[in-house]
Design a binder for this molecule. Sequence first.
Ligand code: FPP
Length: 225
Amino acid sequence: MIPVHIAIIMDGNGRWAKKRALPRVFGHKQGVKTVKKIVKAASNLGIKVLTLYAFSTENWKRPQSEINLLFSLLMKFIKKELKELNDFDIRLRILGDLSKFPENIKNEIDRVCEITSKNTGFELNIALNYGARQELIRAFEEMSKQGIKKPTEEIVSSFLYTNGQPDPDLLIRTSGEFRISNFLLWQIAYSEIYITNKLWPDFTQQDLEAAISEFQKRERRFGGI
Ligand code: FPP
């Protein structure tokens, strides 16, 4: 079976640049190229949902210049790719708290999400200022506001940013780190995890296919025998 939902922790942009004695920004720029390739590859392979971790709540600790560059790359991506998102029938959703973002960025993101909201071929989630614990706290607060005293798993799921989407079947992390880094803690309860040493800018469609074929070899028991 082809995984329905794949989540990726895109790691290693900085190391990719360092290996070439280039500033870190070059790694992020190359990382955006990989994003474009992998979105297309995933959609062609029949995957339905792709979630990419672009900016975590912890990434604010990076130098302001790097944060600015990441935001500007993201904005360029969102603006420039709007046509392609529509051509490929891709719906864009942002997972994360955008309230801290400048008004113009927030408005542009909302606009693109709204324009693509009718697309049903493929769902692209970009996690931005995202942290799984924060996502859960937000869900608990909302449930409490609505007077929900006995939440079920389905109810909790429906208060997460991924509301309505299936949980990831496969979680990929690049650049060889064995960490979850506060990503989708609730949703990855039964995900298969695949870690590759490839740095994100070097990650290709073949690497994605290798991850999928490894996934297909695994026997998922969901706690059964
Ligand atoms: C990890 O590399 C990467 C990030 C924190 C940012 C990922 C962002 C992009 C690929 C660009 C924008 C995204 C989209 C969706 C258009 P790192 O900097 O942590 O690398 P290092 O661990 O080698 O230092």
